[in-house]
Design a protein around this ligand. Sequence first.
Ligand code: ADP
Ligand code: MG
Length: 730
Amino acid sequence: MSIREEVLFRIKSVDFEKKAEPENVSSYFGENTFSVSTMKEHISESTFNAFKRWMSEGIIISMDQANEIAECMKRWAIAKGATYYTHWFQPMTGLTAEKHDSFISIIAPGKVIEKFSGNKLIQGEPDASSFPSGGIRATFEARGYTAWDPSSPAFIIESALGKTLCIPSIFISYHGEALDKKLPLLRSDEALNKAAIGLLQLFGHKDVKKVFSTCGPEQEYFLIDKNYYNLRQDLVLTGRTLVGAPSPKGQQLEDQYFGTIKERVVNFMFEVAREAYKLGIPVITRHNEVAPHQYEFAPMFEESNLAADHNQLLMELMKKVAIRHNMVCLLHEKPFAGINGSGKHLNWSLADDKGSNLLNPGETPEDNLQFLAVLVAVLRAVYLHADLLRASVAMAGNEHRLGANEAPPAIISVFLGSQLTSILNMLEKGAKDKVSKRDIIDLGITRLPKFNKDTTDRNRTSPFAFTGNKFEFRAVGSSQNISTPITVINTIIAESLDYVADKIRKASSGKDFSAAVLRVVAELIKETKDIRFEGNNYSEEWVKEAKKRGLPNIASTAESLKALEKKDNIALFEKYKVFSKEELIARYKIWVDMYNIIIGIEANTLNEMVNSCIVPAGCEYEQLLADNLLKLTQLKKEVKLKLDAAVLNDQKAHLSEVAQKIYYVRRNSKELEKLLEKAAGLRHEERAQLYFEELKPLMEHIRRHVDGLERVVSDEHWDLPKYREMLFVK
Ligand code: ADP
Ligand code: MG
């Protein structure tokens, strides 16, 4: 019996004690967070007010007040059983990082007390010289600093034997450059805030103090049994299967999508939700996705910074909880070939402190005008900066989706739906003449209010789709930290809002305001027309059409990251104080480097699997066939066993076939080794190009031969769990 078959017999789900009475979520939601309301209960009124002012007006609190908050946070955490604290931050790798410190301080020999000061709350120094800085930090000043982000509440992470207080933090260099993903996001929200307020003031909203982006990321993932996972080096080391023949039954029947959730999986979902609720993460939707064993969690949307922290936490929770259920949660964008990959639809909108959603078509013509102004600003932003949006989702895992016959394509376009499209078409024409207040009504603007959330008119193939009152950016990878895509969206839209506001200001000076807005809107509708596409984004025709329109279509990760080096783009980010030139170039370098590292690991893993597992399995089977053939030939000769020539020839052909396949696999893996050697001598960009153009296709080639071998070698000799098992075992 192969190891794989032994495992098959061991597989079973975990038995859980039935909960007598499930608790109401409201009784424990957010209990492990030091939320604003918890803070209010624990600190003095004056410090609380100072904190509120800090959050709304940016007036920083004093060290005394910081000390008071730190003391209260410590007491709260210790009362809940925490013994360690950590600044929790998001380095440029996309993961989260933590360095734990104990609360204890030694006050006399053998005597300790629990201590935590404002100083330690506000700033940490994780001696983080091993995090990538892309050249920002020289070794002699290798230190990075973490600083408290008070806009995201501290939280407690529980493990079986203890609890840790986590303080969401930014991560900066000695000179204050952003070394993480969170600080740029906070900066971009600031830029968006200023630009949006500028536009709102034109529309008479003088009382709005703050505008911010909101975000709801829909998280897709796969679950497989842990026993299988542990037998697959590729899954363990790279998060995806590098070889594996397709299962005869894949997703053809689409019987998984929105189907009944298996008990084993639903138990996992219950526990993830429970853990998430304790941390104040509002997961609300859970369902089966299209591919077998693929699922989704979606939260209620929140302010972007919080949504980004919560998504990172949710991904960590999912991985942790899955293990408790004897499963592994795969967040990779393409864990299995031939069936759907996983993404993270990023729902994005703009909200103000009065509770309005700026992408909600309003109830009155005036509101509609404002909505239209924001809408054309979005269209313009995507039209001008499709390259940056593409770069914001560029990573090795996502390369299997974008531009690789997988949803969505690498071409960025916007879908608006038929109703909105016809309104824009009308406005575009109408604006040719002088527009009066009466025309506004004639143009159908009053009909806009009816044009509420439109669920029938969905285009699932569009990478940037308007879905009723928000945009959905569908090109984000399932394992990605969403901070970077949000940072890019916020920045390009800030720039566009400024542009639109400026245009309206100029067009309306001394003239009818509504007519001026409509003129600007019409002009921009025309200018940005090429970015709109309502058809099937997966079709060949669209690739041709997009090319004609001059829209970028970049399949390669490293190639698309070049947008970060472009002069105009650097100027844009510098203007809005989101990234300095150095910060942007650093990201370019780090992300190209990460791509190379990941592809390098994948290639070496494949090579090792071929040599240590696949070829030996093939040889064992080959030997079996050879022995069999020899024996038959011998029997035919010695005891005159009756065998047609065709029978022996068939056996020979079978043996040759296996031997040939083994040969191909080995020959190509030798090529792979040569390519890796060649790559080692190349600079980062050239290496990435070689990986994309030559190494990855070669890996696919090897895979095809390995999969051919898998189909003929007997089950008894094949140790790698198969697709049909990983994806279908209950
Ligand atoms: P879908 O049909 O795409 O699943 P849903 O209405 O279920 O649409 O919403 C999907 C996600 O979009 C949820 O996470 C939801 O919270 C989020 N969302 C809804 N409104 C907004 C908004 N104004 N801003 C950001 N995200 C939003
Ligand atoms: Mg959706």
